[in-house]
Design a protein around this ligand. Structure first.
Ligand SMILES: [Zn+2]
Length: 115
């Protein structure tokens, strides 16, 4: 009775779906080596933060080997302040000159202070 419920299904059977329409994320392999010279190769997504160490099957700590493209964690980007953008475009001398001109215009009444 119980046997018939599995009719037609192989244990560990394969899915009928294909991978054709799936775009896998770009990945690369990272090689770790432990003090006992055990080598562990792990695939990581190019987006993933690769850990610098990995626990080996022998229990020792394995380190990234060779020229593995080790990514440093992305720093949170901070937008520039108005002042930083201004000093990127103009030197302090230019800014001082501009300020002096504007102050003279203000004092002479050529321009008015905005409210
Ligand atoms: Zn090991």
């Amino acid at each position: 009775m119980a046997d018939s419920s599995f009719k037609g299904l192989a244990i560990g059977g394969r899915s009928l779906e294909t991978d054709d329409a799936i775009n896998f994320a770009e990945r690369y392999e990272v090689t770790y080596i432990c003090p006992n010279k055990h080598i562990t190769i792990l695939p990581f997504s190019s987006e993933a933060e690769v850990p610098p160490v990995w626990e080996c099957r022998c229990g020792k700590i394995a380190h990234v080997r060779g020229n593995t493209p080790y990514k440093t964690p992305k720093k949170a980007s901070r937008s520039k302040t108005h002042w930083e953008m201004l000093t990127d475009r103009r030197s302090m001398e230019d800014l001082q000159k501009n300020l002096d001109e504007r102050l003279k215009m203000l004092e002479s009444g050529k321009i008015h202070r905005g409210l």
